[in-house]
Design a protein around this ligand. Sequence first.
Ligand code: SAM
Length: 275
Amino acid sequence: MSFPVSGCLWVVATPIGNRHDFSARAIDTLRQVALVAAEDTRHSRPLLRYYQIATPLIALHEHNEQEAVKTVLCRLQAGASVALICDAGTPLISDPGFRLLRAARTAGMRCAPVPGACAAIAALSVAGLPSDRFVFEGFLPPKSAARRARLRVLMREPRTLIFYESAHRLAESLRDMCDVLGRQRDVVLARELTKLFETVLSNSLEGLAAHIGSNPQQQRGEHVLVVAGCGDEVDAKLTEGKRVFVLLREALPPGKAARLAAAITGAPRRALYDA
Ligand code: SAM
């Protein structure tokens, strides 16, 4: 679908770093709509100014979503076209907009994507891990107990896993992944994609955790973690680890039994202990 279409909600992707990753159609759409709903208007203004987009902006973020949805819906129903953007990348992908899209579609309004950058897909495209099937997990919970619980749910997932992670939680998340998913799992860290300090590192979870621990500058910026799914070999180790753990548990306290079962079978210790 292309312009002009009245009463349409355009979901427009913006760059995740390099300003030139902004499609001609995205720029055109943002110039022609009556209103742009942006996650953070202060953040988006410099990009829009750079591309000489003078369309009025309103804020739409998690704290004002209810009100902003009403405003946008009124404009759409009156026949205006509105674009939704987020700070970087594709709206709704770990970003606001879900309620607006639900409301617009429920009201029978047209909704059209203007696709472009998405950090998860950009990271997967260079990770060199199986990409035919994958699971996008967004951000893990900030607290370790909840994070480990989520990782346990994913422990046996055979598809490649994609996580977003903030700079200040990268090291602790990697530690939890080592414990729950197993130290030897392959992982790719995609950092600052499309920006000056872009880095793509392949390693085991253990190797990456050690590297990040000793290179604090690698913790700066924005990160995507692409983690290999649970292969048959890991799955077999877990099954065997649990069997050995149950036997040892008859004579030993849980911590010691888990440690020994992990050492004997190569299964992740934490996974055995938690089980
Ligand atoms: N909607 C965005 C998208 O389409 O990718 C994601 C928004 S989410 C709030 C922000 C997270 O995306 C960051 O914490 C980081 O994990 C990831 N991210 C965004 N830009 C990135 C970049 N240039 N390089 C690596 N990761 C990035």
